[in-house]
Design a protein around this ligand. Structure first.
Ligand SMILES: C[S@@+](CC[C@H](N)C(=O)[O-])C[C@H]1O[C@@H](n2cnc3c(N)ncnc32)[C@H](O)[C@@H]1O
Length: 259
């Protein structure tokens, strides 16, 4: 089986077209959400599907206790390597159903549009129950959700775009495909990411199949209610508190409160 791009944490960031300053801007936005929606200070945060926890690293340096959970040991190893700090620790867990030996948290985040990793209704509710168990009452759960309404549905696997990424002297050829999905599936479409990493003399090809859920604010509100653990407080467009949802460019942020 071909490996996943998540086995190569530094390359994955560049392939995902992360822009300089993006993560610090997101951390600022999350802190402002806490200020507006949580009365007590946030001193302990759970980073779900943390990867190497780029957001957590910034917060941990500033004194917040951050715990990351992720299923990829390579991503976790990268996080441990990048910041040795008593305020940051990791557990290898599946985000669907997990528990960790930690005191309850004031806040949780699920960033980088990873929400579609949860596929079935059963898993969605199990996920919200797991997060709910890990949080204090009144804690805030911020979920970063992609806008998916522009995605073309296809009958056959089709190349969407191809591009070349340079990381120093290393070249990565990226091809992205749309794949068909049954009309009755709970997900909306399937995105396939193929990366050929041109390591000198030893190219590696990675492949990830990423099902995409078209989640809108009313759907998230319904999920929160169905879980019995959360209520949805707000939906913010992009990184803005005053841009109307109608003008949302790329993604939106769901703000849930643990009840
Ligand atoms: C796009 S990365 C985001 C990493 C980090 N939160 C960030 O913002 O850079 C998605 C992460 O989700 C993790 N992931 C995907 N499905 C998962 C699952 N079922 N359980 C735990 N982690 C999962 C992957 O291993 C990967 O590290």
């Amino acid at each position: 089986m071909e490996p996943s791009i998540y086995e190569y944490p530094d390359i994955f960031r560049r392939v995902h077209m992360e822009r300089p300053g993006e993560i610090p801007a997101e951390v600022q936005f999350i802190k402002e959400i806490w200020r507006r929606h949580r009365k007590a200070p946030v001193t302990r945060m759970l980073d779900i599907a943390s990867g190497n926890s780029p957001h957590g690293q910034i917060l941990a340096r500033a004194g917040t206790t951050v715990v990351g959970i992720d299923r990829s040991s390579s991503m976790i190893a990268a996080g441990r390597r990048e910041l040795e700090n008593a305020n940051l620790r990791f557990y290898r867990r599946n985000l669907i159903n997990f528990s960790i030996p930690e005191r309850p948290f004031d806040a949780a985040i699920l960033m980088s549009e990873t929400f579609p990793a949860i596929r079935s209704n059963e898993d969605l509710v199990a996920h919200l129950h797991s997060v709910g168990r890990a949080l204090k009452r009144g804690a805030i759960y911020v979920i970063d959700v992609d806008r998916h309404d522009g995605i073309t549905l296809v009958k056959r696997r089709r190349l969407w775009r191809s591009r070349r990424v340079r990381i120093g002297s290393l070249r990565v050829d990226v091809r992205e495909f749309h794949r068909p999905i049954a009309w009755h599936d709970g997900m909306h479409s399937i995105y396939e990411l193929e990366c050929t990493i041109r390591f000198p003399g030893n190219p590696v090809r990675t492949r990830d199949l990423i099902p995409v859920r078209y989640t809108t604010p009313p759907t998230m509100d319904l999920l929160a209610r169905a879980s019995g653990r959360f209520t949805m407080l707000a939906a913010y467009a992009d990184l803005s508190f005053d841009r109307p949802l109608d003008k949302c460019i790329g993604r939106w942020f769901a703000v849930l409160r643990r009840i």
